[in-house]
Design a protein around this ligand. Sequence first.
Ligand SMILES: Cc1cc2nc3c(=O)[nH]c(=O)nc-3n(C[C@H](O)[C@H](O)[C@H](O)COP(=O)(O)O)c2cc1C
Length: 358
Amino acid sequence: MEALRQLLGVDIPVIQAPMAGVQDAELAAAISNAGGLGSLPCAMLDAVALEAELQRLARLTDKPFNVNFFCHEPPAVAARQAGQWLQCLSAYFHELDLEPPGESPVVSRQPFGDESLAVLERFKPAVASFHFGLPRPSHLDRLKSWGTTVLASATTVDEARWLADHGADAVIAQGLEAGGHRGSFLTEDMSTQTGTMALVPRVCAAVSIPVIAAGGIASPAGVAAVLTLGAAGVQIGTAFLLCPEAKTGALHRKALTSESANHTALTNVFTGRPARSIVNRLVRELGPMSSEATAFPSAAGPVALLRAAAEKKGRDDFTPLWSGQNTLGCRELPAAELLGILASQLPSRHAGTPPDQH
Ligand SMILES: Cc1cc2nc3c(=O)[nH]c(=O)nc-3n(C[C@H](O)[C@H](O)[C@H](O)COP(=O)(O)O)c2cc1C
């Protein structure tokens, strides 16, 4: 745990999971200022927005923070596939009195590349984390040359080994309970995915870099449990979704606090990649996994139009209600307070250290 604290430059080895679409610099700063590691999700920011958000974050905190990016291959989606996906959704466009979009896919999430790297160079963030693999070696070398610590998600033992062998400084073991996208990058076979309790000890046995546990952790006891299994720290997302600093929409907040939160599924109908969401109308009617959904992230384009129209009518039928399986920790508390509760069973920084070494 101490090694991870030093690697991240934090007092509390709890990382607020980056959550694209539901948070910005405000949540990240609140967590970093409280001694944890706040994260800025950057996958949906172009270079101009990234620069603006990093300037804001740098104004809000002088503590270390994490910037998070995706490393997917941009897909080549044939017009025929895009047309089939639109056909699947056509009844919904009709129902909402909307004109279906053209068949060229709208790209909502760009992989990490030269432009983002150039912006980061001006800020030299303490930590950068990656979902769906790692950036190309030259980008990774540039990041590391500024002293940025590199984290990446693994959903299997093979992925953890690959990340350790390719330059990650620590690995985030993302159990199947986790909300949002699976970080998988070596396999599309979802039968390889295991829960946090089974994944963390196996990843710890397989790699010699620190392991950060993620997925279903939502209480002080949950944090203590994964540390007992060998994790050096934790990454927690879902529990922070109701914090006032998060930008979680009203319909999403309502779903998280309702009975619906007891039923989540891995679904590709929102973006084209398996991600955990509360089951709503779109997931029920077309999913959870649809062979018609076009490759990530292109499936998201038309669904976003349906979402916007339905939300105006107060309906969450097409809203990605990202959530982990364990929503018990979701509390409408300031993020710093919630972080304090989650970390309350962690040994204090100097516990067990002889006085002369303080
Ligand atoms: C709303 C939401 C959005 C997410 N977006 C991202 C993201 O942009 N980047 C990323 O690396 N992980 C993302 N994740 C996954 C988290 O990194 C993490 O694996 C997960 O939150 C841990 O499980 P938990 O939600 O049960 O705490 C997201 C999770 C949620 C709940």
